[in-house]
Unconditional design. Structure first.
Length: 386
């Protein structure tokens, strides 16, 4: 499938798309998509009952905010439209942007569902009452209760391992060894060589923040991140930003999800990228999906959740280079990650409850601490928001 941008629209939906700033999936009419679903010959009973499908089709439209990579969001939206004949529009936004946008919309969200991105911002959204609980039938296919909100506010669809990646050529040129654990990153030898994402905009940065605090405690964790800031050259808007620049050498060392580095190596051909799993224990994300409270297409939204918890959805990821581990029991894992030694079970015991209760406060704490330290937190060349 061709890469879909925010400015591509489905025929007949331009007015809505312009209003919402959304992209549409496909180029045909709703009837053509319905015919495609009928002709596919797929047994959709694994996803939902015919009654649920019919109710969703009557609404005719679904609007998705996606916080994983745009190609991943687009592939899943296109496939959903093809299967069910429901006009599906999406916009790619970082998790922080989605949470802020929907909170500002005060119960009248311009999208129906949220797809992808780490659960820490989802949990902030839970505390603010902007997600709609839904008891999904297909939650029975999750491999563990870790991958769901106990009240049904969100459901996990994939798992990503947090670590370090680096440009091997640049490190060799500088006669430097790659970092192997969190304390290594504080060394003066890495000054202005590290990229990570922006605490205010990226779920990945929030996961890094929570991980460090859980490892070192609140005060020592904040101190660690202030010390780390002395070596950080850029805080990208998106969590995948560092990985996109490490192969070219613009970023020497990046903090983020290792599946993003795998994409750069496998799909973009950057053989000069190396990866390191922190020796004291890797942290991880749960990529999620959820329904927005007050959404305009509730039946289509429920069908989306059931779809997202099925192989039909999650296996689309690896087709577009998204190599996260899948958390659905009957889904086929991406085979490519096995050659890089990534183990989805070799991770720390991440405290989701603490993250749910405190992420927003922790972001405030680190930004205030950085400002007090003299870091220029308003510098758009370092703290990117676009």
């Amino acid at each position: 499938m061709a890469h879909i941008t925010r400015r591509n629209f489905l025929a007949g939906s331009a007015a809505l798309a312009v209003t919402a700033g959304l992209a549409g999936c496909g180029g045909g009419s709703n009837g053509a998509a319905t015919d495609a679903a009928k002709d596919s010959g797929k047994d959709l009973s694994r996803i939902a009952s015919q009654e649920m499908i019919d109710a969703a089709k009557k609404e005719g439209t679904l609007v998705v905010y996606g916080s994983c990579e745009e190609a991943h969001v687009a592939a899943c939206c296109q496939h959903f439209q093809d299967l069910f004949g429901i006009e599906t529009q999406y916009q790619r936004l970082s998790t922080g942007e989605v949470e802020s946008k929907v909170e500002e919309e005060k119960g009248n969200p311009s999208a129906d569902v949220w797809f992808g991105g780490t659960t820490d911002p989802y949990n902030v959204a839970v505390t603010k009452g902007i997600l709609e609980p839904y008891q999904a039938n297909n939650a029975s296919h999750l491999i563990s209760d870790v991958y769901r909100d106990p009240d049904g506010n969100w459901y996990g669809i994939y798992k990503g391992i947090l670590g370090f990646f680096f440009n091997k050529d640049e490190l060799e040129r500088k006669s430097l060894e790659a970092p192997t654990d969190w304390p290594d990153l504080l060394s003066d030898k890495y000054k202005d060589l590290i990229w990570m994402s922006n605490y205010n905009t990226a779920g990945t940065a929030k996961l890094i923040l929570n991980t460090v605090i859980q490892k070192y405690g609140h005060d020592e964790g904040i101190k660690y991140l202030v010390d780390l800031d002395k070596n950080v050259q850029v805080y990208t808007k998106s969590g995948s930003g560092p990985s996109k620049n490490v192969g070219t050498g613009e970023c020497t060392i990046g903090l983020g999800f290792l599946h993003d580095a795998v994409f750069q190596m496998v799909d973009n051909g950057y053989g000069n990228i190396g990866m390191s799993i922190p020796s004291s224990g890797a942290s991880y994300e749960v990529g999620a999906t959820a329904i927005f409270k007050g959404c305009k297409h509730p039946n289509a939204a429920k069908l989306w959740i059931e779809y997202a918890l099925s192989p039909e959805c999650v296996e689309r990821a690896q087709e577009v280079g998204a190599y996260q581990f899948l958390v659905i029991d009957d889904a086929k894992q991406p085979e490519v990650v096995s050659q890089f030694g990534l183990d989805p079970d070799n991770v720390m015991n991440y405290d989701f409850a603490d993250a749910k209760a405190n992420t927003e406060q922790y972001v405030d704490d680190i930004m205030k601490a950085l400002a007090s330290s003299g870091a220029n937190t308003g510098d758009t060349s370092r703290f990117q928001t676009e």
